[in-house]
Design a protein around this ligand. Sequence first.
Ligand SMILES: [Ca+2]
Ligand SMILES: [Ca+2]
Length: 348
Amino acid sequence: MKIQVYAILSCFILSFDLVGQTAIDFTFTDTQGQQHQLYEDYLDQGKTVLVDFFFVDCPPCNVFAPLLQDIYVDWGEGQEDVEFFSLSTKAWDSNADVKGYEDMHGLTNPGAGVDGGALDIFTTYLESEFGPIFGSPYFMVIAPNGTVFTDVDGPGLLGRIDAINQAITDAIALTDTVVVEPDPVLTFNLDLKDTKGNQVNDVTYTLRSSEGSGPSYTITPDFFGNVTIIDFESTYPGLIDPVIAFTKDGNYLDGVFTTDIILIMRHLLGIQPFDKDYQFVAADVSNDLNVTAADMSIIRKNILQQQDGFPSGVSWKFNPSQVSIDPLSTHDIEFQVEAIKIGDVNRH
Ligand SMILES: [Ca+2]
Ligand SMILES: [Ca+2]
């Protein structure tokens, strides 16, 4: 890359180097009190930035300043996709000194002195892979993708102007080839039905970490059970191995009648054993993973209103009780979930 750039540019006797490292972020406060952050305010917004390292008493800087202002105006004076920063490299240039310099030359681009953070930025770049930095003014151009064109210069004032214009043009051209990754979209379908294959309403869908600690979020699938999440990490931050868990409470006596007690008894006596998986879950109202006479007793007490609710504290169970979500998945996923009404072993 570097060799090619030299080969092409040697025809124009302009030069700049491309360093194989992206720009180091920085923030400064200009002479108007405005703060500027390189990436957040500019590069990430698709803007190209020219950095002008100068100092107030530098003769070549003073000579070039009005020409730099002309170039700045040609590139939209900061109103379009190019911005210029004039940053003093000297510890004795305050923002007030730089303000005087700006006024003297009619400069309208953001500039800063030592108290605005300019020297820190210069020192950072000087001591980085982007150094050494010789001469004042010294120009570098930073493309929106972070590529830095260092030591932008050419022979004489016109050569310098051409080099700056060329570097900005090349930086913008780099932008044009940047592929903007769309936010990842995660889609899945929660096909949640009861044991008769009917849709179940009033289910709470909780998105949380599989361990159960940390943040949790309630999500709402559409009528068909579809969930679409754009940029999962930003929308639901702080989740580790995310899962969706299901809960449905209330109306614990729905579908629970004396016939259910009789069916459990017939199962226990071996007269009419359960033949559906859901029946074992539904019959176990005591939540001890066994179907026993104790389950019959609890149901009876509830029907007679001697007891209010089941020991599990829920009126529905789900198989599976939760599903794992892969936030990076790019294809549609369908989860089949069976909702089982506790206590109702014959589904009516
Ligand atoms: Ca039980
Ligand atoms: Ca029933």
